[in-house]
Design a protein around this ligand. Sequence first.
Ligand code: AVJ
Length: 334
Amino acid sequence: MTDAALGRPTMHANLDFFDDQHPPAGDFLRDVLAGMRRAPKSIPPVYFYDRKGSALFDQITQAPEYYVTRTELALLDAIAPELAERAGHGAVVVEPGSGSSVKIRKLLDALGDPAGYVGLDISRDHLLDACTELKLDYPDLSVGAVCADFTGGLDLDHLPLPEGRRVVFFPGSTIGNFEPEAARGVLSGFRSGMRRGDAVLIGADRVKDADVLVAAYDDAAGITAQFNLNLLTRINRELDGTIPVEAFGHLSLWNAEKSRIEMHLEASRKLSFSIRGEHFEMEKGERLHTENSHKFTPQAFGKLAESAGFEITRSWSDAGEFFTLYWLEPRWDA
Ligand code: AVJ
């Protein structure tokens, strides 16, 4: 079943399987140039996460203003018995964008006796590190890795998975990083190929007081500002950029109409710089849009889930109703 010559999942280190689908690497240069030529200028948030950016994001999750991670972790603890009951024995946990090392352990521990875990990620090194570590901690669990772009759907049929209910775990309100149409596409991709009994456990941040939201993306210690500005440093280093990083200010703002926090980098003066030889200018006050983080009312999330072929069969929120975990099951009537 794991014959490399047949293009089957192959062994990798301590993993039960490694299926490398060779996703086209995100092209940093192409995406940055395309975004910088656009008006308004924008760069996709996936490029935040170089080594430094990932470390800064870990720090963000510890910032007092960033309630998101803390709230979701506490929620996972609180609902552990119910999750175990819903998932049943011998479940297979599938984690698209595997990287939530703390959260996945909480879920696996909550389930008690899961049979398998599959991590999917576009970043091969990151994926293999995360899955290898997990296998060391859960030697009896079948742990497999799939290097693929999960936004293209989950194709699990050819994998040597244990039998059992599949639970797709998508925490962190990562779904909020996608624009509505793309978010529906991501969930539809989870939905296709699901069998009766399979489910999605997904975290979604909620609409709340704008000041609380804005502060969560503009912490007083300035970690989120560093995280945002690091994108420019990365462009300078990796793409021969001459961007004067000190001339940019971090901006977190609530877009009520689109129900999202936006992060921007704002030029404090008229600027001219180049990226890999291409020249760019920015006016004083001009913004570079770097991230959207959509926030959901339960109604809005319900519509999104339904539009992707799911029904919400259970949801759990913290007492302050800051964050919600949803248990989604495929609808079979549609
Ligand atoms: C990892 C996408 C869920 O949107 O809250 C945190 C990223 N950006 N602070 C979020 C982020 C700035 C985070 N997600």
